[in-house]
Design a protein around this ligand. Structure first.
Ligand SMILES: Nc1ncnc2c1ncn2[C@@H]1O[C@H](COP(=O)(O)OP(=O)(O)OP(=O)(O)O)[C@@H](O)[C@H]1O
Length: 265
């Protein structure tokens, strides 16, 4: 059945500030629309804790239930300081909701693009090492994040938080959409393997390194030509991006980065 666009828009209209869901969570701010659905900030009135509410986009009931349960299971099994803790999930008023702990801080897209933050080589390594420490815990629990993009990595003072487990999978799970994508880049990003997280973090790291880069020529050049960085770092990035034999574990990357850090001290 084809549903008229107006009705879909009505369904997807955000809840108003002050609305209370599940008799417990009071919406305080609409954060935005994502691929997953609508996201809000709210207060858990039983604990006064700030939470994030994810309201699933209206899809088929079955797939919505699966998505909700999968992300809830991920958050539940993670239970780390650097990832949001699961608070609750429920179905109410024909809508699916996932409630999680709100993590403070700014994401790296906002920090670099909108706030103009610049990170030198040493700072970039320090940040990547912190992110890798979080990913190490994820991989130890056999979870692949598969969406380690700039908006999903937050920095609050010295602490890194990783959010958005909407695409995460356990290593032995199959992605129902796998094999559909013809783009190599997308496949590398979404593969159900630790390597896809390394690939994403390779790009994350390059983005940080580029925060101090100033172009001197109009000629198009590769990152390896443009960035003046320790050649060992280039090799690490090449391995993360699978331009040469990939890393197999987070610890291998951490070890290589620590050699450079120690030499610089
Ligand atoms: N636990 C959290 N703590 C703090 N902020 C959060 C949290 N979860 C989500 N957010 C905020 O809400 C935004 C959207 O959330 P999220 O990325 O999980 O939704 P999404 O629908 O998967 O979005 P996208 O399509 O961009 O991936 C995030 O970029 C972040 O600003």
């Amino acid at each position: 059945m084809l549903i008229p666009r107006k009705i879909v828009e009505l369904w997807e209209r955000p809840l108003k500030n002050g609305s209370i869901i599940n008799n417990q969570f009071k919406i305080t701010r609409f954060i935005g629309k994502g691929s997953y659905g609508l996201v809000y900030q709210a207060i858990d009135e039983t604990t006064s804790q700030m939470v994030v509410v994810k309201q699933l986009r209206n899809r088929k009931r079955n797939s919505n239930e699966k998505l909700l349960i999968r992300e809830a299971r991920m958050l539940e099994s993670l239970n780390l300081i650097n990832t949001p803790r699961l608070v609750d999930y429920f179905y109410e008023d024909h809508k699916y909701f996932l409630i999680m702990e709100h993590k403070p801080g700014n994401n790296f897209e906002d920090l670099v693009i909108y706030e103009g933050k610049k990170y030198n080589e040493t700072e970039c390594i320090k940040i990547l090492l912190k992110v890798l420490q979080v990913i190490r815990h994820l991989h130890a629990k056999r979870i692949i994040h598969r969406d380690l993009r700039l908006p999903n990595i937050l920095l609050n003072e010295e602490t890194i938080y990783v959010i958005d487990f909407g695409l995460a999978l356990f290593v032995d799970e199959k992605d129902s959409g796998e094999g559909i994508s013809s783009s190599l880049e997308k496949r590398l990003f979404r593969e159900v393997s630790v390597k896809s997280d390394f690939y994403a973090l390779g790009h994350f790291f390059l983005f940080l390194l580029y925060s101090t880069y100033e172009t001197t020529t109009r000629k198009e050049r590769s990152w390896e030509e443009e960035l003046t960085i320790d050649p060992r770092l280039k090799k690490i990035i090449r391995k993360m991006l699978q331009l040469e034999a990939s890393y197999e574990t987070v610890d291998e990357i951490i070890k290589d980065l620590e050699v450079i850090t120690e030499d610089n001290n």
